[in-house]
Structure formats: C-alpha cells, structure tokens
Write a protein that binds this ligand. Sequence first.
Ligand SMILES: Nc1ncnc2c1ncn2[C@@H]1O[C@H](COP(=O)(O)OP(=O)(O)OP(=O)(O)O)[C@@H](O)[C@H]1O
Length: 582
Amino acid sequence: MRHQLPNVEDLIDTDVSFFSNINSLLSSIHKGYRDENHLYYYQKDGNYFKFVCREKNNIVLTEELVSCFSVSVPTVKKTESLKEMMLVLEEAEQAVVVGKSDQPIGVLDVKQAFLELYASYAHLNAYFEAMIDTMDTSISMIDEEERTVVWTSGAEQIFSIKKEDILGRQMTEFFKESMLKCRDSLYTGQAFQRYQHQPRPDLFVLINSQPIYLEGEIIGAVAAEVDVTSQVQLNRELYQANQKISDLENKMQKFHAEPDPFLMINGKSEELEKVKEKIKKISTTNATILIHGETGVGKELFAKAVHYIREDKNAPFIAINCGAISPTLFESELFGYEKGAFSGALNKGKAGKVALAKGGTLFLDEIGELPLDMQVKFLRVLQENSYFPVGGTKELEVDCRVVAATNKDLEKLVHEGNFREDLYYRLNTIPLTIPPLRERKDDIVDIAHLYLYELSNKYQRQIELVSPEAMKSLMEYSWPGNIRELKNVIEHIVVFSTSEVVHSSDLPERVRRVSSGTTKTIDSFKREKVLSLKEEMKIHERNVIRNVLEQESGNKNLAARTLGVSRATLYNKLNKHQLDNE
Ligand SMILES: Nc1ncnc2c1ncn2[C@@H]1O[C@H](COP(=O)(O)OP(=O)(O)OP(=O)(O)O)[C@@H](O)[C@H]1O
C-alpha cells in the first residue's frame, strides 16, 4: 500500500556489480565490461568500496587508480528496519545491503529512498486530507506548541470558526485554557472519554481527547467533539416532564380505586418478579406473614405491598420497630394503657398499636428483638385474638392482620433460647424471603438509575450517564447494606459530582476496590480456580498500577516515578490494561 512506509527490500537497487576484491574488478573491466556510470563495488579488508567507471576515462586502470577514486560504503543488513537504514544513510549516500550470510544483494541510495518515502508521505497525506474533509464530526488537533494543525468542517460548524482563521494559530486565542481538553491531554498525557462540556451557554458537546505520541514522546493532542445540545435539551425537557408525571402519579394514587401495591418497589429482575407473584398469592389469606431478608432489602415496602393488596383503601398500616422501643415501654406501645395505669401515663389513656391497626395491618419490624416476656404476650394475641391494655381489666379483641419482618436467623435464636419456638412457628405460617441485591443484579442498574434521576433532581445536578466502568463496579460490589446502601452511594455521587457522567473515580473506595480486585467480593471468595501465573501476574500488575495512580490522584508523571518506570512504559501498560480511560 503506497501510503505505508516501504520495506528495505523495496528500496534495494540490484543493478550494480559486486567483486570480492579489487583485482577481480580490474580483470572484469579489462575484459571489456565497462559501462558508463555503472557502479562497481569491491571488498577490501572486509569493507566495501564504490567505484564509478566512466567511459570517457579511457585510460588503463590500475589498482592504485581504482583505489584512489573509490569511496568507502557502509553495509546494512537486509533484515534491518527502515529506521536503522535511515540512520546508516545519515552518514553516507549509499549503503551495501547484505543478506543473512553477509553476501551482497544490492545497494540503498539516499536519493532513491528519499523519493520513495516522499511518495508514501504524499499518498498518506492525500488520504488524510480526504478523510478530514469528508468527516462531519468535529476533529481538532494541536501540536506541541498548542498550534492548531487540524480543524475539520465539523469543527467549523460547531464552533463557528473558519479553518483558515484558526489553522496555525494557538487554540488559546479562540478558547479559554480551561475549556481545552486537548491541552490537558497534551500536558498531562491523560485521555478523556465522553467528557461533557459546555463551550458556550447554548452549546453542549461530548469530548474524546487524547495525546498524540511519537516514540514515547507527546507531540500533540487530538480532540473529537460531538454536538449533543439537542439531546441535552431534550433530556432536560424529559426530566421536567418526568418530574411532573411522577408528581401527578403520586396525586392520582390518592384518588385511584386500586393503587398499584408495588408502586414503590423498584426493579424488574426475575427474582423480584417471583417475590411479587408470591405476595399476590399469599395476600389472598389472612394468615400471619413473616418476611425475611438482609438489612436494607426493603422488607417494610414488601409488608406495605401485602397490606395494599389485602386491605381496604383506607385501612391503617401501623408499623412498630421492635428493636427501637425500650422493653419497659413495649407493652404500653403495643397494647396501649388505661388512664392512670402508671405514673407519667396520659390522663385519658392511650391506644396501642394493635388498636390503631384495627381493620388493617400491624407490621412488626425486627421481630427478633422482641423481649422474651413480650413474646409470650404477643403469642396470646396471635392465638386468642385478644389482649388487655396495660392497667386495663377489659379484654379487647384483635382486629388486624400481622406481618412481621426480620433480618436475623430466627431459627438460630430459637436454638439459643432467645426466641420462643411456639411464637416462631405461629409467625412463620407464611414465610416470604426477599433476595439480597447481589442476587438480583439487574435491579442494581434499574434502581441506581432511578435514584440518580431522583436525587439529581433533588440536588439540582445534571447527571445523565454512568460510565460502563463505574456500572461494572456497582454490579460487582456485594452490597451488604442492599438498597439502603445503594441509595446512600448514589446520593454521595450526586452530591459530590463534578461532571454529567459518573466515572469510577466518583464511587466510594470500597465499591471501586471490588472491580479493581483489591478487595475480595463474595464472588471472588467463591472463586476457587487459580489462574495461570501469567494471568495472576497480569491482574496483580493492573491492580498495582491502578492503586498507584489513585494514590497520585491520577497524575501519570508522578505515578511513573513512583513505579520506577518511564512515562512511555506507564502509558503502554495503561493501554494494555485498558486503564487509560479511567
Ligand atoms: N425495591 C426497592 N425500590 C425502591 N426503594 C427500595 C427498594 N427496596 C428498598 N428500598 C429503600 O431502601 C431503604 C431500606 O428499606 P427498608 O427499610 O424497607 O429495608 P429493611 O429490609 O426493612 O431494612 P432493615 O432490616 O434494616 O430494617 C428504604 O429507603 C426503602 O425505600
């Protein structure tokens, strides 16, 4: 292909004569093989010499004469690279090309090489210019002195600056330094991917930018911009429309005859759908339901879903957190008290949660924390459907359905003697397990985006994208605090966000560390298969580089120094481990 550099072989001139010594050259010439301007090469003391035999010099050639008019010529191996060849030709006009066993093959000529290389350059340039002229996208390049060397018609359109006005001039004459991502790439070696930027109040662009290297040295930078103004505007309108819709939906819920019981439960994973299906089935009974799930999986939301399905529209949902009430107050909280029941009691008495839940649902969260004496009393509620308020003599009837929840292993508590077995079996009539977030990874994507949308509205931030790398970390993290933790992480991201794209660096360290491999995830604990040493070393190298970069706040010069490698080596490794876009 003409635009590519020629090989050494393409440049070899074989129309020359080689002789093993000066005498065989002389005898050939004396025998009449004399050709005007023909090049003769002979060897002497292991070196090559060039002799041009001109026809006009019709004199008898002697060894002295030939020696006198010969010039020494260096050799270059046929297998040598074009770059090595150029180094040799820097010192001489010609070079003898020798094969594997040092036999001469032909010569390289500086003029010939120059013409060939120029032809390749001209082809390459023609292709390059045509490509640049055909592109609609905005591409701009600067050289090491920040001069604009490429400015496509796409760039002309986006920035309303003509090519002839900007080419050859410093980009900083046209844009503020802080706006020039390619300048950052030029000086820091950093590459940027889909970086959102607003060069003018009415213009939004996504920028990819990266340094241009030549033999390990940065010689310029390139930036490609895509105009996303209309998308951003549409997004904003969509945001506002969505906001209005969700406000309206909330208002509508109040009037709707049958509100969606699962409205507040986000996620569409198969595992979650199975739970919803089970709730629909079990809600046809009045039986007590025991919800089990890790902390933060949303047990209260599911208890409410049960309530919405099986109770009337205006029926009460009364929640009591068994872990949050002191044991001494528990009974009066649950059952209420008669007036004057104890000192400090209200004069007119107070209804307990069981009474408040009349005709609806009593939700007992953290049931594992229920004090043992209360367990006995509560068992009576479930079995007899009646109870006495504190200080009361009149037995009251229970008219509510009970849903309890726990993140503890109740069976274990029973074995340890901390939970009554009879109460356990009574509560566990219908068990419902909510799977943890790490077992329904599809929900992570959904819920993260929903919170991102909701919280960026709340904090007035415009965050629109989660980078694939950041999403990978979110998916790989084990979420011990489940949805509550995910919500906190997203809130952290939104509050501290500086750009419209969420990058890995925006995530809390514990979440990031998982995909960088420095923390063992639940999955990796399970990973019993050790990879080959080469693979393990590769993973280790990636982690070390990533950690040092983090430690040096992304400064690659400092990171290279800390790691004791050259900048070029670091860049190669970043590229190899695909860490250069982070
Ligand atoms: N599927 C979901 N969609 C939206 N929000 C959810 C979902 N699941 C849980 N949440 C939210 O996560 C937070 C924790 O939920 P909840 O308090 O119900 O968890 P829990 O399982 O009862 O936790 P704990 O055992 O610690 O009491 C709440 O803010 C809740 O709204």
